[in-house]
Ligand binder design. Sequence first.
Ligand code: ADP
Ligand code: MG
Length: 434
Amino acid sequence: MNIGKEVLQLLKEEITEVEYKRYIKQLDYDLKNSTSDLAIFYAPNALISNWIKSKYTDKIAYLFEIKTGSKVTVQITLKNLLNRRKTKKIQKEIIPHSLLNPSHTFDNFMVGGSNQFAYAAVKSVCDKAGETYNPLFIYGGVGLGKTHLMQAAGNVFQNQGKIVIYTTSEQLLNDFIRHLRNQSMERFQKKYRQCDVLLIDDIQFLSGKDSIQEEFFHTFEALRNSGKQIILTADKHPKKIGGLEARLQSRFEWGLVADIQPPELETKIAIIEKKCEINKVKLSKDIINYIATVIESNVREIEGILSKLHAYSQLMHVDIDLAFTKNVLKDQIQEKQKDLTLDTITQFVAKNLNIKPSEIKSKGRSRNIVYARRIAIYLCRDLTQNTMPQLALYFGMKDHTAISHTLKKINSLMENDEDFNIKIKELTNKITSS
Ligand code: ADP
Ligand code: MG
């Protein structure tokens, strides 16, 4: 039995055909030297190896764990020296395409209030490369889609036959150091100045690295002066990066600076639906809503969750329903909910609905108090481990049947009253991501 092959087959189900053919299919499993806690794969070249390391090792390790029941370290190694020559050849051929993720397209990018501006800016740059916003600088928190948007532009340009270089600023720095060491700076300059479009991801890592900043400044000028498009991303606005040469910082703002904010609930739902479509996972609406409220803002978590659900359901031969989803995501949720107490929830609801916490816990019958109390009770039940008698005590109710009665009422409201339902989702979302 070749367990490595089987795991890669499982992975195949979860990714696009292009990704599979381009990367995963190139891997060979080392049956002889792998052990029960070490899985060794060979990649034909450094590009594929790096790409798989950065994107798939966790997934592969995870699938191993599911298959074998034990934790496995995944090692991606280059094919041995004998194959070096062959490798070099492949590497050369693969450079122009290798680092753009083919599924990072505009079609796969869901637009909402949080990312609309950045999306429009990138689209506009695609229509008029080098003419309008040059450079285009996109910034925002982790997992909000900066790399995706930047690569979507890269894919468009590449399909137009343009030479696109996509690199992270760390890779750029490594490349710079390598050429410096080999005294081949001319080649470095030529490489980056010959492209039509330069995409540099996470530029904040150049902070404090003076010599590369100096070199990059000249590349930047050369490209910009010849109308070549530059797109940059960072986790902060150029002004806030710090450790940047003043002339670079000011040039980063010359074109357009666009931010991406954490997605709203509706955008998260749209993103999950899209990821389900891409990964061929079928989920009902309530599960999608549930996942959208569980994940905070980092969209990257969505893919992990989907593959976890998919793998579990396949291996255990069960359909994915809400109870199953909750169970699979238990660790994730507990992690986030551990700090929530009855007091913090009540104070949070009171603040958001503009009433006093003491009113929520009172016996008041006015409409807004009853409304807030129901929401608080629902959140306390859903987000903490308190039992019904404990909740009854806290909310000053007679006993657990009173709480149970209230919860039934809330459930029926959630089914029949759209506004109430939305409010609960919104507050759940807000409190779990704060
Ligand atoms: P960042 O570079 O900002 O850290 P990424 O671009 O790597 O984030 O996005 C993380 C993951 O979330 C990727 O799989 C990406 O496809 C996905 N993603 C983020 N935003 C969206 C969106 N609006 N629509 C679809 N997928 C998205
Ligand atoms: Mg990124």
